[in-house]
Design a protein around this ligand. Structure first.
Ligand code: PLP
Length: 436
């Protein structure tokens, strides 16, 4: 713990593991910071084009994606019943309420289907082009016939669960040897599912940071092995960022306008930061100052909030703030944020909300009761932003300061649901019955 943290009321809440709202004091209009960020719009265009090139291959390897031409995308769903029911019980903001159903993404059942699959495809393209197996304008679908080529190579990753599922499933489908280093928080069913797909799952007693460290070390020692580095990977980030332009099409289809008079509020659950950071960046490229992006983290594991509010970025971990890092939101159980993501979000993130574990399950149940939608506990952190916007004084000050208070009737809110589809039935039942 650092003595100066006591002078910041939000960091005092963080250290007390109390639900809180942090408004980013360094926020700047996106146009003024865009060119100084460590990623650029051309890189997102390049990632989107690469995903298009690979669509025929995905369609062949995963027939569930064929209907959408090999594109892995999730629906945007309006939640009118939930909105009404929440409004009976507590203060919620004005405006329409939506959920982005990355919880239902094909292949990996979580937001990791964006970044994780993209990174395996990028690596695959690099290998196939440099070995002469493929030309850029060649037949990408034919890569499905070259398991003998890919089985000489290994792909490794450290994960709390969902990234492992995404990397493991995609790598195994192409024929790679896949090794997933799992942290202690990882759910048993996620390990079982991966082993069933032929993935080598290694388990570690320590936290996520340890699993990543081990994976990186073992992979670096093997010239035929590629390591997907969740703490530093720009490729993962770019795969997530493609979500922005696709969401824009869906908002149009639902007659949602986004401009200075029609603000869009998006809350995304955050672990190491790659997924929410990439999605946020993609949205900022499209909507600039009209989109207000908030991250949500568990009270025992708010690593990104701590890194940004203390300005120490990846130089701090939640244990430095006296927190356990232990949470039922296994996808968010990460103690130290990504430096790359801190560097992007430092000027672009509107703020953060934290949420207590017990509340995740209340929201999970309420969502299911109102809309018959199931998402995993980590995804439910997004609710913290929706209610928090109406309930925390600091959030109301943010709305006033940006001239948004009187525009809230025109607002749209998106809860970014990050995982859930692959949760087995008996575990769903357990979550729906659980209270903390
Ligand atoms: C991974 C994950 C997140 C957060 O993504 P990060 O890149 O770790 O920040 C959120 N929700 C779920 C369900 C996840 O699996």
């Amino acid at each position: 713990m650092r003595a100066v943290w006591n002078e910041n009321p939000v960091l005092r809440d963080v250290m007390a593991a109390a639900e809180t709202c942090w408004i980013n004091p360094k926020w700047e209009p996106f146009e003024t910071v865009r060119d100084s960020l460590p990623v650029g719009p051309a890189e997102v265009d390049d990632a989107a084009a690469r995903l298009d090139r690979f669509a025929p291959l995905l369609s062949r390897l995963f027939p569930e994606t064929a209907g959408d031409g090999g594109r892995i995308e999730s629906p945007l769903r309006e939640l009118p019943t939930l909105r009404e029911r929440m409004g009976w019980r507590e203060r919620v903001p004005e405006g329409r309420l939506f959920m982005k159903m990355d919880s239902d993404l094909a292949v990996a059942g979580s937001v990791k289907a964006r970044g994780g699959i993209y990174e395996v495809l990028k690596h695959t393209e690099d290998l196939a082009l440099s070995s002469g197996l493929l030309k850029v304008d060649g037949d990408y679908a034919s890569l499905a016939d070259h398991r003998d080529f890919f089985e000489k190579y290994t792909v490794q990753v450290g994960s709390t669960g969902n990234l492992g599922l995404s990397i493991g499933i995609m790598s195994a489908a192409l024929g790679y040897r896949a090794v997933v280093h799992m942290s202690a928080d990882a759910r048993q069913w996620k390990k079982d599912l991966l082993r069933q797909k032929g993935v080598d799952v290694r388990e570690y007693a320590g936290d996520y940071g340890k699993a990543v460290e081990q994976g990186r070390m073992l992979s670096d020692a093997d010239p035929m092995s590629y390591f997907v580095d969740d703490e530093h990977s720009k490729n993962l980030f770019l795969g997530y960022a493609v979500a922005g332009r696709r969401l824009a099409e869906q908002l149009k289809a639902k007659n949602v306008t986004v401009d200075v008079d029609h603000p869009l509020f998006v809350t995304i659950p955050c672990g190491v930061g790659g997924a929410p950071g990439g999605v946020a960046y993609g949205l900022k490229l499209l909507y600039g100052e009209s989109v207000h992006v908030f991250f949500a983290e568990p009270v025992q594991c708010p690593c990104m909030l701590l890194g940004l509010a203390s300005e120490e970025k990846d130089g701090v971990c939640v244990q430095d703030a006296g927190l356990t890092g232990v949470t039922e939101a296994d996808g968010l159980a990460v103690g130290r944020p990504s430096k790359l993501v801190c560097d992007v979000m430092e000027w672009t993130l509107s703020g953060e909300f934290t949420i207590a574990d017990g509340r995740l399950f209340d929201d999970l149940r309420e969502l299911y009761a109102a809309e018959k939608v199931f998402i995993e506990p980590s995804s439910c952190a997004a609710f913290a932003g929706y209610r928090g916007l109406a309930q925390f004084p600091a959030a109301r000050v943010y709305l006033e300061k940006h001239g948004l208070a009187e525009k809230m009737g025109n607002a749209a809110h998106i809860l970014w649901a990050t995982g859930g589809k692959l949760v087995p039935t008996e575990i769903r039942r357990e979550y729906l019955a659980k209270s903390c």
